[in-house]
Design a protein around this ligand. Sequence first.
Ligand code: SF4
Ligand code: SF4
Length: 335
Amino acid sequence: MEKRRLGRTGFLVTPISFGALPMQRCTMEEAGEVLIAALDAGINFFDTARAYTDSEAKIGKYIAGRRSEYFLATKSMARTKAAMTEDIATSLATMKTEYIDIYQLHNVKTEQEWEAVMAPDGALAALKEAKAAGKIRYIGITGHNVDMLIRAVKTGEFSTVQVPFNCVEQRAMTDLFPLARSLDVGMIVMKPLGGGLIDHVDLALRFVLQQEGVVAIPGMDRVEHVTENLAAAQNFRQLNPEETAKLTALAAELGSNFCRRCGYCMPCAAGIDIPQMFIFHLQYTRYGLKTAIPARYQGAKVKASACIECGECEERCPYNLPIRERIKQVAKDLG
Ligand code: SF4
Ligand code: SF4
């Protein structure tokens, strides 16, 4: 399988690499099987996060002994220097590694978060310190807010950028990828299958891989996923007009009722983190995280049931989603 160069990191990685978010729902043994199958099949880039519960621990347990065979990326929601320093140490220990190839700021989406991470005592300062100490090799950023990612890439501080991109969420293609390419920033595509909503795997992944230089990290939690996802890269060819039409029809069908997690609906009058509520709900209904998600949902400061139905969010949503109706569904299913 031909590898792709991940921007200025110079890493040559498999165009289909490993997204470790769904591994949370596997048992330790199942996770071990998937990770080892992925490595054996030639996947050489694994992306996880501090926030993906025990995903880092599973990597540490099962593939740390083969560390030279893969590039490793993780990320943290820490916004301060102190919290990020602690998270880097935890990631290193949990994944049993001396270094992490790419450490990313996880989902920076608001102005306040941006200011916090870029401040002298912010998370970026900790990443730079860790880089100088050889604990991490490159610094990246991830998010759903394309405007924020454009701003981040322009600073020159980040060697990689991770963004959702698929047949439904195409904005990165026009607004972010050309900029990233021009600045030699590696492009990592999360949710190439729309977080599990797009079921034409071969078409959906080939659509993503048509973008020059991008690397896709579909989530995998079964050995079949490894085989199925890799096939898209191994048999890669441009989509023909018929395939494009099929995917366009699917995107149109999903497009009217699909939260892109852009955050434009915020702030909510009642203090609800609206996109986060939809993420919880998606994970609950689609990923089968029937225990972990209700527990995490209960930890949210403001729950969906607090909605006062003011409708302000719907005025701001560029996709005209029926947010009130959907928030009600979240409250019904998760409390
Ligand atoms: S509900 Fe609409 S505005 Fe809010 S994150 Fe989803 S797509 Fe964006
Ligand atoms: S309608 Fe509900 S979710 Fe939307 S802004 Fe008002 S309180 Fe928040």
